[in-house]
Design a protein around this ligand. Structure first.
Ligand code: FES
Length: 121
């Protein structure tokens, strides 16, 4: 593992996620309250990028099938709820899940030195 700078505090806008590179992988960084948080930009459902998902109250919604994750913990809070923003009935949620159960997304502890933000990857 190595410590990698992912952003400066000035890069982070309130209520938005920032897409950043860290050793070849893409992460999403945001400030929630006073805390900087980061998760992988790779939904554990189909591995698709979540950067364009809705971000609200520290939770990002995958834009493809509506799974939701806490950006400060990676915890899954909803699993496969919609298809490109259109809510799915329960039977279709199960089909869309394709046998995959709720899974957390990779989460990274963010450290701050001055105005620079780092994660270990
Ligand atoms: S790829 Fe994210 S919920 Fe399906």
């Amino acid at each position: 593992m190595s410590k990698v700078k992912i952003a400066s505090t000035a890069d982070i806008n309130a209520g938005k996620v920032l897409k950043a590179k860290a050793n070849g992988q893409t992460v999403l960084v945001a400030k929630v309250g006073d805390k900087y948080c980061a998760i992988a930009n790779k939904c554990p459902h189909f591995g698709l990028p979540m950067a364009k998902g809705k971000f609200e109250n520290g939770v990002i919604t995958c834009p493809f099938h509506g799974s939701k994750f806490e950006i400060c913990t990676g915890k899954n809070v909803e699993w496969v709820e919609s298809f490109v923003g259109i809510p799915l009935p329960d039977f279709a949620k199960n089909m869309m899940a394709m046998g995959k159960g709720p899974t957390d997304v990779a989460n990274f502890a963010v450290t701050q030195e001055g105005v620079d933000l780092f994660i270990n990857v």
